[in-house]
Design a protein around this ligand. Structure first.
Ligand code: SF4
Length: 241
């Protein structure tokens, strides 16, 4: 696919904010950041949940979707792959029981949106949207729970802010709440949505989009924590051999 600098999404913006060289590596040069066991497991579980919300059924159906969705990349050995597969299956089993006991009116899952903003097109895919009593909706992003999340994280989340804009502008929904559903602890961390933040989110999208267009590489991120530190020509944290 041809690189289109006018097409923005959260992942591109996040990559640029983390490090312009990371953005260039993945989106301009179109190279791949290697999967890790955690990123691979997260993708497999997300795909299974997306399939389940599209075609709900019993636990056996959910686990069959998981098996179909399983990604083998990112694991060092077959044993490691099996260990993570079992972890994911356990998480999904517990989620399924929780979902039966706490049903929700899911109106969208893995829902794509796109809206125009000045010279850009802003796109994204939302994990889940529930209808709230009164007609507004709650936007939920599934997280595996590898990192702690609290209400401050939710309130300050650029990802959720962009998705809330997508829900309003592309899907014409009134957003009442945004949050994360933490799969490992079966906790929903959700806050009322404050549309006052929309202007700041759009300002950030514009400012980042302009820097991307100018290929402004005026800074580096934290190489020691970067997923491509062994591959990046600009890396300051390659393993010495
Ligand atoms: S290794 Fe360093 S310079 Fe390269 S993309 Fe990562 S943070 Fe940026």
């Amino acid at each position: 696919m041809i690189f289109d600098p006018l097409e923005l999404n959260y992942s591109k913006i996040r990559a640029y904010l983390d490090c312009p060289f990371l953005y260039r590596y993945i989106y301009v040069e179109r190279k791949f950041a290697p999967q890790t066991p955690y990123s691979s497991l997260g993708l497999s579980v997300h795909r299974a949940l997306g399939a389940y919300h599209a075609r709900p059924g019993d636990l056996g159906d959910l686990l069959a979707y998981y098996e179909d969705a399983w990604l083998h990349q990112g694991y060092g050995t077959p044993q490691e792959s099996m260990e993570f597969y079992n972890k994911g299956a356990l998480v999904l089993e517990k989620w399924w029981t929780h979902f039966q006991e706490n049903p929700a009116q899911v109106i969208y899952s893995e829902k794509h949106f796109e809206f125009p903003f000045e010279r850009w097109r802003v796109k994204g895919t939302i994990d889940r949207v529930d209808r709230l009593p009164g007609g507004q909706v709650e936007l939920l992003d599934y997280k595996m729970g590898f990192e702690d999340r609290n209400e401050w994280d939710v309130a300050g989340s650029l990802q959720l802010s962009i998705y809330a804009l997508g829900l309003q502008r592309a899907l014409r929904q009134q957003v009442g709440a945004v949050g994360y559903f933490i799969l490992s602890s079966l906790q929903k961390v959700s806050v009322p949505y404050d549309p006052v933040r929309d202007a700041a989110t759009l300002d950030l999208i514009r400012a980042t989009g302009e820097k991307m267009l100018a290929l402004d590489m005026g800074r580096k991120g934290a190489c020691a924590r970067c997923a491509i530190r062994e591959l990046c020509p600009e890396s300051e944290a390659k393993t010495k051999v």
